[in-house]
Design a protein around this ligand. Structure first.
Ligand code: PRP
Length: 172
């Protein structure tokens, strides 16, 4: 099912090292409230947080987009945060920005809770017009429109635990 490895372990690790330095510098020792969007972000979040020198607290949130046309633009909360984020410096972790809908809705939901700051870290962003106006503060890699798996990304819940990001090929 794997067409080719797009980002191997060494390449991911080197990029995470650089991102961690950038984030530490930006927060200047202030506490970061890391918020992972379940489930895909877990691998990226844990590997990046282990590299940070800044004090960190961690929470998770899970959403699902409504399928019906009437509900489009809304998200259904499957699992909410366990802690209040008011006044906190929140850094949201996403594995991949595809259309950007998940993140846009997540940012609306979280900003209404009045964090002191709200930024985004994403491992991958697809270079497609749908997400062009969505700013990612800390981005791992820009990739093409291919379907990718591994390092948190799944197909039918499988392959999340691959240590690399690969292009999926259904014909193989
Ligand atoms: C995937 C991915 C992002 C979202 C990106 O989540 O993890 O959260 O889709 O797509 P978008 O930019 O078009 O909204 P999914 O709903 O598959 O859940 P998962 O993280 O549990 O795999």
């Amino acid at each position: 099912m794997i067409d080719r490895i797009l980002l191997d372990e060494a390449k991911i690790a080197a990029r995470l090292d650089a991102l961690a330095c950038e984030i530490d510098a930006a927060y200047a020792g202030g506490e970061i409230r890391a918020v992972g969007i379940l489930k895909g972000s877990v691998f990226f979040l844990t590997d990046l947080l282990k590299r940070l020198k800044s004090p960190v607290s961690v929470d998770f949130i899970q959403v699902r987009s409504y399928a019906g046309t009437e509900s489009s633009g809304n998200i259904q909360l499957i699992h909410d945060l366990s802690m209040d984020i008011e006044g906190k410096d929140v850094l949201v972790f996403e594995d991949v920005v595809d259309t950007g809908q998940t993140l846009r809705r997540m940012m609306d939901l979280l900003s209404a809770r009045r964090p002191r700051s709200l930024r985004i870290a994403a491992l991958l962003k697809k270079e497609i017009p749908e997400n062009a106006n969505l700013l990612v503060d800390y981005l791992g890699f820009t990739i093409g429109p291919e379907f990718v798996i591994g390092y948190g990304l799944d197909i039918d819940e499988k392959y999340r635990n691959l240590p690399y990001v690969a292009v999926w090929n259904p014909m193989k």
